[in-house]
Every structure is written in C-alpha cells, then in structure tokens.
Ligand binder design. Structure first.
Ligand code: SF4
Length: 211
C-alpha cells in the first residue's frame, strides 16, 4: 500500500481510537510480561480477571517462584492452556532470577529464549515497555492489516516483517494497538461492520465486496 494511503488509514484509526494502548492490566515490567504470556489464545478481559488477585502476591520473579506451579494454576485456571502457561511462568521466573538478576532482558533473542515467550510476546513487550517500533502480529493485526491491504502476506511472521517495512515511521509505535482495537471493535472476524467503518474507502476488502 502506498504511504499516503497508509497515512490516511492510520489517521482515521486514531480518530476512532484516540488512546491506543494495551488493555492488559499490569503494575510493572514483570507483570506485563506475565500478562502477555497468559494472553496467548485468551482474551485480555479473562487475563485481567485472573491476574487481579495473582499480582497482589506475585509482582516479581522471586514472589512468583514462591507461589509455585500448583498454586499458580489455581489463579489462572480460567485461562486457556493454563497448565503449560503455569509451567512456563515458573521456569521463566527462575531463569530471570538466575541469569538476569530478576530483571527482564531487552534483546529480542534473549526475550524469545524465555519459556512461553514467542515472537509476538517479545514484540509486544518491546513495543509497549521499551517503546521500540515493533508491530506484533496477533490474530487481529493479521486479519485487519491484510484485509485493508496494508500488506498481503500469508503468515503472522511475514505480516510483521512487511508491516515494519511499509508502515510510515510516525505510525510504527501505535500501529499494533490501533489495528488490534479495530479488529476487536469493528473489523471483526466473522462479520466486519464495514458500513460503520471510517476507512472503508481505503480498504481492499470493502472494495472487493462492492465490485
Ligand atoms: S471496511 Fe470492513 S473490512 Fe475494511 S477495515 Fe473496515 S471493517 Fe474491516
């Protein structure tokens, strides 16, 4: 997509969502990383409900290890894949303590070497906490960016690479949240609400609907 059209798309998205930021609740870098790990294949709302009590007693790797895997499972059992997530979170906390003195590493490769932290989680962390221009691609970003025609790619990883090359610099910091919010509110998976969408005139999917 041409840069001037992409600029129009993101300007319209910013009008719709003037405060683009994560909907996950967290209190520090560690709790943000844990929330993102928990949010894989789960809604932010379900994660926030589970972490409200958990983060009162586990705000850092040491406290999380003290909670332990069994008790952690009880806190997060309403979230999908909670067994493997609990295992990963305890292991991740031990690695942070042993290898990084309890801090979260900043390099992408270091982040993705942690249990339960894949490309998407590492990119979300770098974008939200480290303020790096990363466009993490979840199911919403993948669907919305390809529907609009910002990119035309078959996988989330290829979509991320293409977005980070083509999205105009001024939108790199906010693109991830703007596209997620649009996917949740209007550009829904089954029935996108195109008639109410401010960017329909610049959307490839909408153009094809009306040919
Ligand atoms: S016009 Fe429809 S398909 Fe295009 S971005 Fe808007 S809601 Fe999504």
């Amino acid at each position: 997509m041409k840069k001037d059209i992409a600029n129009k798309v993101f300007s319209s998205l910013l009008k719709l969502y003037p405060n683009p930021k994560t909907e996950l609740k967290y209190i520090n870098k560690f709790t943000f990383l844990i929330s993102v790990v928990l949010s894989a294949q789960a809604t932010d709302v379900s994660v926030n409900i589970a972490t409200k009590k958990l983060f009162k007693i586990a705000k850092n790797p040491q406290q999380m290890i003290q909670v332990g895997e069994l008790k952690l499972k009880k806190y997060i059992k309403t979230i999908g894949l909670y067994n493997s997530k609990a295992k990963n979170i305890i292991l991740l906390s031990k690695i942070l303590l042993d290898k990084y003195k309890g801090k979260i590493p900043t390099e992408f490769d270091e982040l993705t070497s942690l249990p339960g932290v894949g490309n998407k989680t590492a990119s979300v962390y770098q974008n939200t906490i480290l303020k790096l221009p990363r466009i993490a691609v979840d199911t919403h970003v993948f669907r919305v960016s390809n529907r609009i025609g910002l990119v035309n790619r078959k996988t989330p990883d290829l979509t991320q690479q293409a977005l980070e090359k083509t999205v105009p610099t001024k939108w790199l910091m906010s693109a991830h949240h703007l596209l997620i919010l649009h996917g949740r509110r209007l550009c829904k998976s089954q029935k996108p609400l195109c008639d109410h969408c401010l960017i329909k005139n610049n959307c490839k999917f909408y153009r094809h609907l009306n040919i």
